[in-house]
Design a binder for this molecule. Structure first.
Ligand code: ZN
Length: 292
Protein backbone atom coordinates (compact mmCIF):
# COMPACT_ATOMS: atom_id res chain seq x y z
CA UNK A 1 0.00 0.00 0.00
CA UNK A 2 1.39 3.37 -0.99
CA UNK A 3 0.10 6.26 1.07
CA UNK A 4 0.13 8.42 -2.03
CA UNK A 5 -2.56 6.22 -3.55
CA UNK A 6 -5.05 7.54 -1.03
CA UNK A 7 -5.20 10.72 -3.06
CA UNK A 8 -4.54 14.29 -2.05
CA UNK A 9 -1.17 15.35 -0.80
CA UNK A 10 -0.62 12.42 1.48
CA UNK A 11 -0.80 14.81 4.43
CA UNK A 12 -3.24 14.49 7.27
CA UNK A 13 -3.20 17.57 9.45
CA UNK A 14 -4.74 18.55 12.71
CA UNK A 15 -6.14 15.31 14.08
CA UNK A 16 -7.79 15.76 17.46
CA UNK A 17 -5.17 16.36 20.15
CA UNK A 18 -7.19 14.30 22.61
CA UNK A 19 -7.17 11.25 20.36
CA UNK A 20 -5.11 8.41 21.70
CA UNK A 21 -1.69 8.92 20.17
CA UNK A 22 -0.57 6.07 18.01
CA UNK A 23 -3.40 3.75 18.94
CA UNK A 24 -3.00 2.14 15.54
CA UNK A 25 0.28 0.60 16.64
CA UNK A 26 0.31 -2.57 18.63
CA UNK A 27 4.01 -2.99 19.17
CA UNK A 28 4.08 -5.82 16.66
CA UNK A 29 4.91 -5.89 12.96
CA UNK A 30 3.72 -2.88 10.95
CA UNK A 31 3.56 -2.14 7.24
CA UNK A 32 5.16 1.26 7.79
CA UNK A 33 8.09 2.82 9.57
CA UNK A 34 6.70 5.25 12.15
CA UNK A 35 8.64 8.25 13.37
CA UNK A 36 7.24 10.25 16.28
CA UNK A 37 8.69 13.72 16.76
CA UNK A 38 7.54 13.96 20.36
CA UNK A 39 6.49 17.28 21.80
CA UNK A 40 8.60 17.38 24.96
CA UNK A 41 8.63 21.18 25.25
CA UNK A 42 12.08 22.77 24.95
CA UNK A 43 13.95 19.53 24.30
CA UNK A 44 14.29 16.70 21.82
CA UNK A 45 12.92 13.18 21.62
CA UNK A 46 12.12 11.03 18.59
CA UNK A 47 10.74 7.51 18.64
CA UNK A 48 11.25 5.34 15.57
CA UNK A 49 9.18 2.15 15.29
CA UNK A 50 10.49 -0.17 12.63
CA UNK A 51 8.29 -2.49 10.62
CA UNK A 52 9.70 -5.39 12.61
CA UNK A 53 8.32 -3.82 15.80
CA UNK A 54 11.77 -2.81 16.99
CA UNK A 55 12.05 0.59 18.66
CA UNK A 56 14.74 3.23 18.40
CA UNK A 57 14.63 6.19 20.77
CA UNK A 58 16.72 9.23 19.94
CA UNK A 59 16.95 11.48 23.02
CA UNK A 60 14.49 11.61 25.89
CA UNK A 61 13.55 15.24 26.56
CA UNK A 62 14.00 17.15 29.80
CA UNK A 63 13.95 15.96 33.44
CA UNK A 64 10.56 17.73 33.83
CA UNK A 65 8.78 15.27 31.52
CA UNK A 66 10.80 12.14 32.40
CA UNK A 67 7.95 10.21 33.99
CA UNK A 68 5.45 11.36 31.35
CA UNK A 69 7.70 10.31 28.48
CA UNK A 70 8.07 6.80 29.90
CA UNK A 71 4.27 6.63 30.35
CA UNK A 72 3.73 7.90 26.79
CA UNK A 73 5.98 5.21 25.32
CA UNK A 74 4.32 2.53 27.45
CA UNK A 75 0.90 3.74 26.17
CA UNK A 76 2.17 3.27 22.62
CA UNK A 77 2.90 -0.34 23.46
CA UNK A 78 6.65 0.02 23.74
CA UNK A 79 8.22 -2.49 26.11
CA UNK A 80 11.75 -2.61 24.75
CA UNK A 81 14.01 0.10 23.34
CA UNK A 82 16.23 -1.89 21.01
CA UNK A 83 18.47 1.05 20.26
CA UNK A 84 18.79 4.06 22.54
CA UNK A 85 20.65 7.07 21.16
CA UNK A 86 21.72 9.91 23.46
CA UNK A 87 22.82 12.49 20.90
CA UNK A 88 24.79 14.41 23.53
CA UNK A 89 24.60 14.73 27.32
CA UNK A 90 22.65 17.99 27.68
CA UNK A 91 19.67 17.83 30.05
CA UNK A 92 17.12 18.73 27.34
CA UNK A 93 18.12 15.52 25.49
CA UNK A 94 18.99 13.05 28.25
CA UNK A 95 16.74 14.49 30.99
CA UNK A 96 14.25 11.65 30.76
CA UNK A 97 16.72 8.92 29.92
CA UNK A 98 17.31 7.57 33.43
CA UNK A 99 13.56 6.73 33.58
CA UNK A 100 13.74 5.10 30.16
CA UNK A 101 16.71 2.94 31.11
CA UNK A 102 15.15 1.99 34.44
CA UNK A 103 11.66 1.18 33.13
CA UNK A 104 12.26 -0.48 29.75
CA UNK A 105 14.27 -3.36 28.47
CA UNK A 106 17.21 -1.79 26.64
CA UNK A 107 19.30 -3.15 23.75
CA UNK A 108 22.18 -1.00 22.52
CA UNK A 109 23.02 2.43 23.96
CA UNK A 110 24.92 4.97 21.88
CA UNK A 111 26.40 8.13 23.36
CA UNK A 112 29.30 10.22 22.05
CA UNK A 113 32.67 10.18 23.78
CA UNK A 114 33.31 13.60 25.37
CA UNK A 115 36.67 14.87 26.70
CA UNK A 116 36.71 14.95 30.54
CA UNK A 117 36.96 18.74 30.60
CA UNK A 118 33.63 19.09 28.77
CA UNK A 119 31.60 16.40 30.49
CA UNK A 120 28.61 18.03 32.18
CA UNK A 121 28.18 17.53 35.91
CA UNK A 122 24.39 17.69 35.80
CA UNK A 123 22.25 15.48 38.01
CA UNK A 124 20.48 14.15 34.89
CA UNK A 125 23.76 12.88 33.45
CA UNK A 126 24.99 11.36 36.71
CA UNK A 127 21.66 9.59 37.26
CA UNK A 128 21.68 8.22 33.72
CA UNK A 129 25.16 6.76 34.13
CA UNK A 130 24.12 5.18 37.43
CA UNK A 131 20.98 3.67 35.85
CA UNK A 132 23.03 2.24 32.96
CA UNK A 133 25.54 0.80 35.39
CA UNK A 134 22.88 -0.69 37.63
CA UNK A 135 21.43 -2.68 34.75
CA UNK A 136 24.84 -3.85 33.60
CA UNK A 137 24.44 -2.12 30.23
CA UNK A 138 27.26 -0.60 28.30
CA UNK A 139 27.62 2.55 26.24
CA UNK A 140 28.92 2.33 22.69
CA UNK A 141 30.65 5.38 21.23
CA UNK A 142 29.29 6.06 17.74
CA UNK A 143 31.54 5.84 14.73
CA UNK A 144 30.64 7.94 11.72
CA UNK A 145 29.95 5.88 8.63
CA UNK A 146 28.68 2.82 10.48
CA UNK A 147 25.23 1.28 10.20
CA UNK A 148 23.94 0.50 13.70
CA UNK A 149 20.51 -0.92 12.80
CA UNK A 150 19.69 -2.82 9.60
CA UNK A 151 16.49 -4.75 8.95
CA UNK A 152 15.46 -5.36 5.35
CA UNK A 153 14.91 -1.95 3.75
CA UNK A 154 15.18 -0.06 7.04
CA UNK A 155 18.48 1.12 8.43
CA UNK A 156 20.04 3.67 10.74
CA UNK A 157 23.47 5.01 9.88
CA UNK A 158 25.71 7.27 11.97
CA UNK A 159 27.07 10.35 10.15
CA UNK A 160 28.59 12.35 13.02
CA UNK A 161 30.50 13.21 15.16
CA UNK A 162 33.55 13.21 12.91
CA UNK A 163 36.03 14.79 15.33
CA UNK A 164 37.26 13.96 18.82
CA UNK A 165 37.20 17.60 19.96
CA UNK A 166 34.71 20.44 19.46
CA UNK A 167 34.40 23.86 21.12
CA UNK A 168 30.78 23.31 22.02
CA UNK A 169 29.20 20.22 23.55
CA UNK A 170 26.35 20.47 21.03
CA UNK A 171 28.64 19.55 18.15
CA UNK A 172 29.48 16.16 19.65
CA UNK A 173 25.85 15.30 18.80
CA UNK A 174 25.25 11.97 17.15
CA UNK A 175 23.77 12.60 13.71
CA UNK A 176 21.92 9.64 12.22
CA UNK A 177 20.20 8.91 8.91
CA UNK A 178 17.18 6.62 8.93
CA UNK A 179 16.37 4.93 5.64
CA UNK A 180 12.96 3.38 5.00
CA UNK A 181 12.82 2.04 1.46
CA UNK A 182 13.28 5.04 -0.85
CA UNK A 183 12.80 7.61 1.91
CA UNK A 184 15.24 9.14 4.36
CA UNK A 185 15.05 10.96 7.68
CA UNK A 186 18.02 12.90 9.05
CA UNK A 187 18.29 13.40 12.82
CA UNK A 188 20.87 15.96 13.84
CA UNK A 189 20.58 16.39 17.62
CA UNK A 190 22.07 19.78 18.44
CA UNK A 191 24.94 19.49 15.92
CA UNK A 192 26.10 22.96 14.94
CA UNK A 193 27.55 24.33 11.73
CA UNK A 194 31.09 23.03 12.42
CA UNK A 195 29.81 19.45 12.50
CA UNK A 196 27.54 20.13 9.52
CA UNK A 197 30.54 21.42 7.58
CA UNK A 198 32.48 18.23 8.35
CA UNK A 199 29.63 16.03 7.12
CA UNK A 200 29.47 17.96 3.85
CA UNK A 201 33.28 17.83 3.49
CA UNK A 202 33.32 14.07 4.16
CA UNK A 203 31.09 13.64 1.14
CA UNK A 204 28.32 11.80 3.00
CA UNK A 205 25.11 11.50 1.07
CA UNK A 206 23.05 13.88 3.20
CA UNK A 207 20.02 13.99 0.91
CA UNK A 208 16.88 13.38 2.91
CA UNK A 209 13.12 13.75 2.76
CA UNK A 210 12.71 14.83 6.36
CA UNK A 211 15.24 16.85 8.35
CA UNK A 212 14.99 17.14 12.12
CA UNK A 213 16.66 20.56 12.31
CA UNK A 214 19.68 20.87 14.56
CA UNK A 215 19.57 22.60 17.95
CA UNK A 216 15.84 23.39 18.05
CA UNK A 217 16.04 25.63 14.98
CA UNK A 218 18.91 27.76 16.30
CA UNK A 219 20.76 29.87 13.71
CA UNK A 220 23.96 28.04 14.74
CA UNK A 221 22.63 24.98 12.87
CA UNK A 222 20.87 24.23 9.56
CA UNK A 223 23.52 26.28 7.73
CA UNK A 224 22.89 27.14 4.09
CA UNK A 225 25.49 24.65 2.81
CA UNK A 226 24.12 21.82 4.94
CA UNK A 227 20.55 22.56 3.95
CA UNK A 228 21.56 22.54 0.30
CA UNK A 229 23.25 19.14 0.72
CA UNK A 230 20.34 17.67 2.68
CA UNK A 231 17.71 19.16 0.37
CA UNK A 232 14.73 18.03 2.49
CA UNK A 233 11.08 18.38 1.51
CA UNK A 234 10.03 18.61 5.13
CA UNK A 235 11.71 19.96 8.25
CA UNK A 236 10.72 19.29 11.84
CA UNK A 237 11.77 21.65 14.60
CA UNK A 238 11.53 20.46 18.20
CA UNK A 239 11.13 23.41 20.58
CA UNK A 240 9.02 24.72 23.45
CA UNK A 241 6.34 27.36 23.12
CA UNK A 242 7.74 30.85 23.87
CA UNK A 243 11.09 29.37 24.91
CA UNK A 244 13.83 31.55 26.43
CA UNK A 245 16.17 31.06 23.48
CA UNK A 246 13.93 32.46 20.77
CA UNK A 247 14.02 29.06 18.99
CA UNK A 248 13.45 28.60 16.17
CA UNK A 249 15.48 31.55 14.94
CA UNK A 250 13.98 33.52 12.07
CA UNK A 251 17.09 33.05 9.88
CA UNK A 252 16.49 29.29 9.89
CA UNK A 253 12.77 29.63 9.17
CA UNK A 254 13.55 31.99 6.31
CA UNK A 255 16.25 29.65 4.90
CA UNK A 256 13.80 26.74 4.98
CA UNK A 257 10.99 28.78 3.43
CA UNK A 258 13.24 30.02 0.63
CA UNK A 259 14.15 26.41 -0.12
CA UNK A 260 10.44 25.52 -0.30
CA UNK A 261 10.59 23.20 2.70
CA UNK A 262 7.39 22.37 4.62
CA UNK A 263 7.97 23.12 8.30
CA UNK A 264 6.46 21.34 11.29
CA UNK A 265 7.14 22.66 14.81
CA UNK A 266 6.39 20.79 18.00
CA UNK A 267 5.56 24.09 19.76
CA UNK A 268 2.78 24.65 17.22
CA UNK A 269 1.81 21.20 15.89
CA UNK A 270 2.52 19.22 19.10
CA UNK A 271 3.66 15.65 18.50
CA UNK A 272 4.17 15.00 14.79
CA UNK A 273 3.97 11.46 13.40
CA UNK A 274 5.53 10.53 10.07
CA UNK A 275 4.56 7.13 8.66
CA UNK A 276 6.59 5.83 5.77
CA UNK A 277 5.76 2.81 3.61
CA UNK A 278 9.08 3.12 1.80
CA UNK A 279 7.65 5.10 -1.10
CA UNK A 280 5.74 7.93 0.52
CA UNK A 281 5.46 9.63 3.88
CA UNK A 282 2.23 10.54 5.60
CA UNK A 283 2.27 13.18 8.32
CA UNK A 284 -0.14 13.47 11.23
CA UNK A 285 0.07 16.53 13.45
CA UNK A 286 -1.60 17.52 16.69
CA UNK A 287 -1.01 14.25 18.53
CA UNK A 288 -0.76 14.43 22.30
CA UNK A 289 2.17 16.28 23.82
CA UNK A 290 4.25 14.43 26.35
CA UNK A 291 3.04 15.35 29.81
CA UNK A 292 -0.11 17.22 28.81
ZN1 ZN B 1 19.10 20.82 22.91
Amino acid sequence: MAFGSRGGTGMVAGSAPQSSSGAQLSGTEQDATSVYFLDVGQGDSELIRLKTGENILIDAGTPETAQELADYLADLGVSKIDCLVATHPHADHIGGMEQIVSRFEIGQIYMPRIPDSQIPTTAAYEKLLTAIDKKGLKITAPKAGTVIVHNGDEKLEILAPNSAKYDDLNSYSIVAMLTSGEKKFLFTGDAESDSEKEMVAKGYDLRCDVLKCGHHGSSTSTSAAFLKAANPKTAVISCGLNNDYGHPHKEVISRLQKAGVTIYRTDQQKTVLAQCDGKSIRFTTGLNSVGK
